[in-house]
Design a protein around this ligand. Structure first.
Ligand SMILES: Cc1ncc(COP(=O)(O)O)c(C=O)c1O
Length: 454
């Protein structure tokens, strides 16, 4: 009974939080941040009250959240959580399944297999691919790139599993000059020295220029991206992958958010040719609006993926399609369940609407910015808007003014060596009225900058 009460209390508090996301300051105010000191308690010696623990979490914690689950958080590429995704996650938490394999959880195994198939269908990637539902695009990139390296080494006669890396033939890696930091991190973890990475030059919009693509060969991994983090731009997949194929290189695509353009007829063209790659990563927790941590690593050659990631033990053997044999974790939660729940509930058209609506909103913001006195740094490609004020100081000050308004939030970045501002429209909750509020807030902040610093 006490368990039921505690869970109902949590549910009521969660519902109350959700009912306030429209009105809370989007970035916590300083009083709420100061209250975080309440968590600075000594580790208790003995048992305490679960009810009090939950109360502290809510009463101090909720006010110190960034309201990324609200309609006016435009920072990074952080989506909110769709109600069905949150609800499915709640139920799955009650099941508390170790979703490693069919024997650990028949239901998770089944649903994640369906989710994997649907993901391949909606992203229109090779249907025979292996899909590992991991914690993040970072972790999924780690999976895909370790499969890539093992395969390329095996192809040149090096038994990677037996011999490891010492004395192995060198695998070259070609990455965009603007590769996401997490791709570089995955490469670093895998032992690819950062100074040895070969950088592919990009054009003004941040896309790899095929004419200047460094030489590739059968011992090269080429990392491309669908959705550059500042501009949202896409590498031109068709000519780049054609070159890679001729060289027998492995192509990996970081599509943490941008791969979802493929699910939207109005934006699909940006992804032309991406299905020719060998591996892809994407997130649910960004644009599909599923909860953290939900991502997928996808490899065209499922057998290669299963061989690289196998973790069968004498007491725990499972099919090659089991999640523990495709991804990193042995014990894991079924991250594919919220993804399945969203795909089942929105369907193809619902996902396309979500993506296209956000892109249209980003277009609207971009079109309004010059008349509000901002410099638009590139035409929006997707859901990202990149801009700045006339000076570096004004650019930084504007972000602070907007943050302090509590009405909206977005962050800073650096573009062409100078600070810039970046708005990303990624939440299912964002309405046209929220875009009005964003533009009004920008206008007021711009005007007060003029007053303070004419
Ligand atoms: C283009 C791109 N790649 C990779 C990542 C890393 O994704 P994750 O945070 O899920 O590891 C991000 C954002 O975080 C991104 O925008």
């Amino acid at each position: 009974m006490e368990e039921q009460q505690l869970l109902s209390d949590a549910e009521a508090r969660a519902a109350r939080y959700i009912s306030k996301v429209e009105d809370m300051p989007v970035f916590p105010d300083s009083a709420s941040l100061q209250q975080l000191a309440r968590f600075d308690e000594p580790l208790p010696d003995g048992a305490g009250s679960a009810k009090d623990t939950l109360a502290l979490l809510d009463e101090t914690g909720s006010a110190a959240t960034t309201v990324s689950n609200g309609p006016r958080y435009f920072g990074f590429v952080i989506g909110a959580t769709l109600p069905i995704a949150a609800a499915a996650q709640r139920l799955a938490l009650a099941w508390d399944q170790c979703a490693s394999s069919q024997v650990n959880s028949p239901v998770a195994d089944k649903i994640e297999k369906v989710a994997a198939q649907w993901l391949l269908e909606i992203l229109d990637l090779p249907r025979e691919s292996g899909v590992a539902f991991g914690t993040s695009a970072t972790a999924s990139t780690l999976v895909c790139l370790s499969v890539a390296r093992r395969e390329l080494l095996n192809k040149c006669g090096w038994d990677f599993d037996a011999m490891g890396l010492q004395g192995a033939p060198e695998i070259k890696v070609v990455v965009s000059e603007l590769a996401h930091i997490t791709v570089l991190k995955a490469l670093r973890i895998l032992g690819f020295g950062q100074a040895r990475l070969i950088k592919a030059p990009v054009d003004n919009a941040g896309r790899i220029d095929p004419a200047r693509l460094p030489a590739l060969d059968a011992q090269t991994i080429l990392c491309l991206q669908a959705g550059e983090v500042n501009t949202g731009s896409f590498d031109p997949f068709a000519p780049l992958i054609e070159k890679a194929k001729q060289a027998d290189a492995w192509v990996h695509v970081d599509g943490a958010f941008g791969l979802w353009a493929r699910a939207a007829p109005a934006k699909r063209e940006l992804t032309t040719g991406v299905d020719g790659a060998d591996s892809w990563t994407t997130d649910g927790h960004k644009w599909l609006n599923t909860p953290y941590d939900g991502a997928a690593g996808i490899c065209r050659d499922r057998d290669a993926m299963a061989a690289a990631m196998n973790s069968d033990a004498v007491y725990s053997t499972a099919s090659p399609e089991s999640q523990k044999n495709l991804g990193i974790e042995f014990s894991r939660s079924a991250r594919g369940i919220p993804i399945w729940a969203v795909l089942r509930t929105l369907g193809r058209t619902g996902v396309a609407d979500l993506i296209e609506r956000h892109c249209a909103m980003a277009d609207r913001v971009a079109q309004a910015l010059p008349s509000l006195g901002f410099e638009l740094l590139c035409d929006p490609v997707l859901n990202q808007v990149l801009f700045r004020c006339a000076t570096v100081d004004q650019t930084k000050e504007l972000q602070q003014l907007v943050e302090r308004s509590g009405k909206v939030w977005f962050g800073t970045t650096v573009w062409n060596g100078k600070p810039a501002l970046r708005i990303s429209v990624s939440s299912w909750r964002t309405s046209d009225e929220d875009i009005d509020i964003l533009l009004n807030t920008l206008q007021s902040a711009r005007e007060s900058l003029e007053t303070v610093n004419p």
